[in-house]
Design a protein around this ligand. Structure first.
Ligand code: 48N
Length: 310
């Protein structure tokens, strides 16, 4: 009879998780598992799970009802800004409102459903900051999968104690104030509702919204999707923004510089970043390159703090 192979010997001696290489896996938190016959979860009652969720959610709603900063849209520009803001000012309360159940916007794929994601230099600096590996191709870098960038950025942002993400929640209006002396309109927060409610105001009776007051609103709601460029369009509609330029055709070299340089406070209390600023300025679009989103977020954070500290 043939002698037992190295793997068979190892399994007999230590029935733990064995790596494909045949060497015993290093001890991990998972070493406790193995006797699945006698496996059993700790006991629970359903109401305990319900209370664990609702207690926390409503405590957050209460805490962030007065936020220092509200960010509309958890795409690449918005989340890059939140990362810089939360790291720079851990004392500020930052509420992120995202209409989709899944945050990340258009940044889960590189372009036309391809995986790899291109960022032109110097946006590689942001990848170095958050610790995302890439191939260096000279004037640009390539992240092997856009989801690696977005999942890393999301993980960093969600780990900040002063950030709260309200996803599946839409901003459906802006809170505004008029300067008593000048009559100038100032944005002072956002009006929110569950996204599914927002999408059914036309076919259901009145379903009133909730509100979040904030010193500064940063809107990075993108250029497409059901709510694209939301704050720019709403600010224009209520007289806070004199005109909308409308996004122009694709020109990578022109677009990315314009988006980063155009990121700014467009009316008192409202900073706009990412592709949404293309709708304000009539900038070109850049298509499948994301460096401008990351650096628009970096600049937006500076703009937001300038406005906050005024
Ligand atoms: O990813 P997006 O759409 O927006 P940005 O500006 O962060 O990144 C844009 C980028 O992905 C591109 O479009 C690339 C570079 N292509 C350019 C081109 O030429 O095609 O994220 C916006 C997020 C989304 O997740 C939306 O769901 C969300 O904002 N959103 C809202 N969330 C809450 N309330 C709203 N009213 C709302 N509107 C949009």
């Amino acid at each position: 009879m043939a002698p037992p192979t190295q793997i068979e010997t190892l399994v007999q001696e230590s029935p733990r998780v064995i790596h494909l290489s045949g060497s015993p896996a290093p001890s991990t938190c998972l070493d406790q598992f193995g006797d699945w016959e006698n496996f059993k979860f700790a006991p629970i009652r359903e109401s305990i799970v319900s209370r664990a969720m609702t207690k926390r959610y409503f405590a957050d709603l209460d805490k962030y009802a007065e936020s220092d900063i509200v960010v509309v849209g958890a795409g690449s520009a918005g989340l890059s800004a939140v990362y810089v803001l939360a790291k720079t000012r851990p004392d500020l309360k930052i509420a992120v409102i995202e209409a989709n159940v899944s945050p990340g916007g258009g940044c889960w794929l590189g372009g036309q459903l391809f995986s790899a994601m291109v960022l032109r230099k110097p946006a590689d600096a942001f990848l170095n900051e958050i610790g995302v590996a890439y191939d260096d191709e000279g004037d640009y870098v390539v992240v092997k999968h856009a989801a690696l960038f977005m999942s890393t950025l999301l993980s960093k942002v969600l780990n900040f104690p002063n950030v709260k993400l309200f996803n599946a929640t839409a901003v459906e209006d802006l809170i505004t104030r008029r300067d008593p002396a000048t009559g100038e309109l100032r944005v002072a927060g956002v009006v929110t509702n569950w996204t599914l409610v927002t999408m059914h105001h036309d076919d259901h009776s009145c379903m009133d919204p909730n509100t979040i007051n904030a010193s500064v609103v940063l809107s990075s709601s993108g250029h497409d999707g059901p709510f694209g460029a939301f704050s720019a369009k709403r600010a224009h509609a209520i007289g806070g923004l004199p005109k909308l330029g409308g996004m122009r055709g694709l020109d990578m070299n022109t677009a990315e510089d314009a988006i980063v340089k155009g990121t700014r406070e467009v009316c008192p209390g409202l900073v706009i970043a990412g592709m949404e600023i293309a709708e304000v300025d009539g900038s070109n679009r850049m298509g499948p390159t994301f460096g401008a989103m990351a650096l628009s977020g970096v600049k937006a954070a500076e703009e937001v703090l300038r406005v906050y500290e005024e």
